[in-house]
Design a protein around this ligand. Sequence first.
Ligand SMILES: Cc1ncc(COP(=O)(O)O)c(C=O)c1O
Length: 431
Amino acid sequence: MTLHPIVERAQRHLTPALVIDWPLVVARAEGPYVYDPDGKAYLDFASGTAVANIGHRPPRVLEALRRQMDRLIHAGCTYYFEALAELGEKLAQVMPGDIDTFFFSNSGAEAVEGAIKLAKYVTGRSAVIAFEGAFHGRTLACVSLTTSAVKFRRRYAPLLPEVYHVPFPNPYRFEGTPEECVQATMDALDRLFETRVPPEAVAAILVEPIQGEGGYVVPPVSFLQALRKVCDDHGILLVLDEVQTGFGRTLRWFACEHAGVVPDVMAVAKGIASGLPLSAVCAPRRIMDSWNPGAHGTTFGGAPLSCVAAIATIDTIREDRLLEKGQALQPGMMEGLRRLQDRYECLGDVRGLGYMVGLEFVRDRRSKRPRGELVRRVLENALADGLLLITCGRYGNVIRWIPPLVVEAEHLDRAICILDRAIERALREAG
Ligand SMILES: Cc1ncc(COP(=O)(O)O)c(C=O)c1O
């Protein structure tokens, strides 16, 4: 396959450690589409890896950026500016429960790292519990908390001490009812407390409401509720990593709302500012007030352009009623995807909340052996037909189906048709 000259030029100076999913060059993007240099349109059902939740270059965001560019683009924690105040106010309105206080940073990893620092600082405890299959980012602390694949950890030891992992409830790969699946995790947690770390030494339980990179694994709703109770019983902070699940991805502002659970601390990023670098550690004032001045800091976090982009993103979700719009279209989309599951034995599971759906491909329904190489073919075929998708899961056998919230029914129908053809062709090619 001949590579576009831009790909070749870029690769000459980029480290091979950085993986870019497709050798595709994008010259322009708008709404649910990205366009290559020849003007070919691709429906972006990867949403820029769950960032362009309200589509690419959303009009309100562009307008806010232009206005802000003419005034101030850098503050560097030297002084205040209006968008910093307005973003705090806006975020407090959409946060779960009494969360109303924020530390702004640039990336998801920074937000998770900050959330863990906050939990350790305010509890005075050292241990952190995370889950098998979790992905929390690439800094050394986040890598220590990540177990979605060993490539993220290889050769980086020694990692953060006092990190413990327990199994994440995965109903598709558990023999038993959803309740038994959750109970198995809670039993593992009890065993951990009885044998390895006492609960009073644990600062935080860190969890993704839906595992992202780990394979779009959706736990039963009782899981977060059970974790909330354990945390309350032992004075442990429940820290949710809503980096990928937040800002409308599950057609609620945050995924924890599906379980009716309010965390103590939340890390958010990705969709918050429609592509401008921004993330936040979020907690109620009563918790944040114990984080003393100077205990954490940043140069670029909460920069003026990122703040106005986030304000415009929140306004767009609200004023265009994007959550409600998605909620109306999502059942039809799920029906279409489930029809594909009925048709293809290799599509073992279709699961998700809102517009965060995982399509898991297996050899057969009984063995459930992962079939990553088939998924690669499916995605190549889909790309050739103008649908951009990416994978997740340790074996690359799960397709992330994450359309932007601005899609119409016709986009969803077309994407399902393209996927149908792509699977059919991939199966033929695989023989
Ligand atoms: C759940 C979760 N946490 C943290 C991160 C890290 O975010 P970033 O790449 O912005 O550092 C990601 C990124 O994919 C993520 O999905």
